[in-house]
Design a protein around this ligand. Structure first.
Ligand code: GSH
Length: 242
């Protein structure tokens, strides 16, 4: 189940069929979208194997496993392929027994999906800050735009008056947005947590969750990875492995 194997790159043979009783996740150790899938796998205790992909030198067969050429994707022991992180996570939640992460109530489920749409705007605003930072441009205006959208999360928690975005206990929406909270320092926007006390308290609670602990990456490691990745280093995805 460990995700610490070296990645497969161009020229590496495709892995064989997925053993019965396991599901395979094609991943990359530092990818926030793949982390969504790994959080759900961990939270539900699903037996799985991880195949890491070198995204800077993709194996020739990778498009057969993930038609958009991105991680995460899943492969089942009968050869089914499932991709796109929200779809992957919903599949895992529906196909496997154990704790259900998605609310059964249609309205609650719709609310979680709506919040995820708001989050995708926050997410776009975050990347605009990152790209401007990388180009040594002034990020003041972009950060203000980010914060306008980010405040929506504080409002959501205030309105619900619950510790988690899904309610009294952690649910799918919390896992879907978590990976970017592990990475706020990369975007240089951590300071905004001081202005959003409920989001900040949620973040502290999330850090106690066993699945979050299992997939957590040290901030310095993420920073070093990102530096190498933006330099197009072929070794970036294996950063920190022997
Ligand atoms: N919409 C996809 C996005 C996944 C994604 O962008 N993953 C990145 C790694 S963090 C990737 O595989 N990039 C490879 C590429 O763009 O060539 C999802 O939600 O699963």
């Amino acid at each position: 189940m460990s995700g610490s194997q070296r990645s497969l790159a161009k020229g590496c043979p495709a892995p064989g069929p997925v053993p019965e009783g396991l599901i395979r996740v094609y991943s990359m150790r530092f990818c926030p979208y793949a982390q969504r899938a790994r959080l759900v796998l961990a939270a539900k205790g699903i037996k799985h194997e991880v195949v890491n992909i070198n995204l800077k030198s993709k194996p020739e067969w990778f498009l057969e496993k993930s038609p958009f050429g991105v991680v995460p994707s899943l492969e089942t022991s009968d050869g089914k392929i499932i991709y796109e992180s929200p779809i992957v996570c919903d599949y895992l939640d529906e196909a496997y027994p154990g704790k259900k992460l998605t609310p059964a109530d249609p309205y609650k489920k719709a609310q979680e999906k709506i919040l995820l749409e708001h989050f995708s705007q926050i997410h776009s605003a975050l990347y605009k800050v990152l790209f401007a930072k990388r180009a040594n441009e002034d990020t003041t205006e972009l950060k203000a735009q980010f914060f306008e959208k980010f405040k929506k999360l504080e409002e959501a928690l205030t309105k619900k008056n619950t510790p988690y975005f899904g309610g009294e206990s952690l649910s799918m929406i919390d896992y879907m947005i978590w990976p970017w909270f592990e990475r706020l320092h990369l975007f240089d926007v951590e300071e905004y947590l001081e202005k959003t006390p409920r989001v900040s308290a949620w973040r502290s609670l999330m850090l106690q969750d066993p699945a979050v602990k299992e997939t957590f990456k040290d901030p310095e490691v993420l920073r070093n990875f990102l530096k190498l990745y933006t330099q197009d280093s072929l070794d970036a995805v294996d950063y920190g492995l022997d």
